[in-house]
Design a binder for this molecule. Structure first.
Ligand code: GDP
Length: 195
């Protein structure tokens, strides 16, 4: 019986040598209560393409996933709302991401109204960079308390030039697609997987 993998001690560090290489840092942004931590938790529970134990610090989740037959190592940061009196963490967040997931709740119009401001802040801190940004309308399962329609979500995403996806962290709906989409958006910009 026994475990098939060797348990090599360098497994944490080996991701830099993967094809398509390195860690892809994904920042979760958005208002309080929209479901960032729930989405991060789902990401943390994703089955890995290789059963190895990778790092999982508090609020930071690292997973290796297979996207279009190619492995990617994502590190998801759920630190946007950390105790941060001088805004240092948020500034770092805006500077260090390889991709951004901006989350609002489809049941909370206020969280949706904040999206534009957040996106402008991001674009201002990374001028002239074509950042992979995915707008997420979460809590799509709460049909009866929906305040933002799919169409509204889509049209804001078009206006702000980012991708749009609706998820339900509660039902685990469209969540894998979200993280796969993040990888694809990064790869598109790096020109790695164009046929
Ligand atoms: P955060 O402040 O953005 O990290 O939001 P949380 O992940 O802490 O979620 C806030 C609340 O919304 C919690 O009670 C979650 O259980 C709930 N929640 C998160 N995502 C969903 C979802 O997709 N559907 C429903 N029904 N509830 C959700």
């Amino acid at each position: 019986v026994g475990s098939p993998h060797s348990g090599s001690s360098d497994s944490v560090l080996s991701s830099d040598s993967l094809p398509g290489g390195g860690l892809l840092k994904v920042m979760l942004l958005g208002e309080s209560g929209v479901g960032k931590t729930a989405l991060a938790g789902i990401f943390a529970g994703l089955e890995e393409s290789q059963p190895q134990v990778l790092q999982s610090a508090e609020d930071t989740y690292e997973r290796r996933i297979l996207v279009d037959n190619e492995e990617a190592t994502l590190v998801v940061y759920d630190i946007w709302e950390s105790m941060d009196s001088c805004g240092w963490i948020q500034e770092n967040c805006l500077q260090m991401g390889d991709a951004y997931v901006i989350v609002f709740s489809v049941t909370d119009r206020v969280s949706f109204n904040k999206v534009t401001e957040l996106l402008l802040r991001l674009r201002t801190s990374r001028p002239n960079q074509d950042l992979p940004i995915i707008l997420v309308g979460n809590k799509s399962d709460l049909v009866r308390s929906r305040e933002v329609s799919r169409e509204e979500g889509r049209s804001v995403a078009v206006m702000l030039n980012c991708k749009y996806v609706e998820t339900s962290a509660a039902l685990d709906h469209n969540t894998r697609e979200l993280f796969e989409g993040v990888v694809r958006q990064i790869r598109l910009r790096r020109g790695e997987t164009r046929e």
